[in-house]
Design a binder for this molecule. Structure first.
Ligand code: ADP
Length: 190
């Protein structure tokens, strides 16, 4: 079994590369952002709770996020593994994920961060916002807030997973296929 966490600031290409890894290694792709957006478009009680938080570019409280993640993982038995995209995003989420996976006799195999400069990411997100319909992709101030949330709350995970020898970084700028090759090389050589 192989369980991968993909890190990266908004716009780094987590979703795109997660879809590639999903088909290459036959994994289950879980994006907490996609799960929240599904709730928002279905106007569920969860969706109503998180609509303005996501629109503002703030992180959803850990409790809600951990619940949604655990419920999703529990839906699948006998899989080759999972790709966690956008989760964990805080130290508390990472600790809870370790405990939860342990209770299922599973563990994170490794984590990979896609890196790119803020100017490139801002450009990508504003471009995506022209067509994605995502309320958090159209406003520069909200996008910069998402970068800030990442720097403050998610970057400390680098040290958390480095201590477990499970943290890798790759350059997230370039041709999508070339970036996929960089990912494969980490997965196959570690
Ligand atoms: P991006 O990485 O481009 O911001 P996502 O789809 O991963 O896109 O996340 C969109 C939004 O969903 C985040 O800005 C945040 O509000 C919320 N979200 C997603 N995952 C988490 C998480 N693990 N913890 C807290 N909030 C989350």
């Amino acid at each position: 079994m192989i369980n991968i966490v993909i890190f990266g600031k908004p716009g780094a290409g987590k979703g795109t590369q997660a879809e590639f890894l999903k088909s290459k290694y036959n994994l289950i792709h879980i994006s907490t952002g996609d799960l929240f957006r599904h709730h928002i478009s279905n106007k569920t009680s969860m969706g109503l709770k998180v609509t303005s938080i996501i629109k503002n570019g703030d992180l959803v409280p850990d409790k809600l996020t951990i619940d949604i993640l655990e419920n999703e993982v529990k839906k699948y038995n006998n899989t080759n593994g999972f790709i966690f995209d956008g989760f964990p995003r805080t130290i508390n989420q990472a600790k809870k994920l370790d405990d939860f996976l342990k209770s299922l006799s599973m563990q994170i195999s490794f984590t990979i961060a896609l890196e790119a400069d803020d100017e490139i990411l801002l450009h990508r997100l504003l471009k995506r916002g022209e067509t994605s319909g995502r309320s958090d992709d159209i406003n520069k101030v909200k996008i910069l807030n998402r970068f800030q949330e990442y720097n403050e709350k998610t970057l400390p995970l680098k040290e958390f997973y480095s201590k477990q020898n499970k943290f890798f970084t790759i350059n997230g700028v370039g041709d999508i296929k070339v970036i996929s090759e960089r990912l494969i090389s980490i997965i196959e050589n570690s």
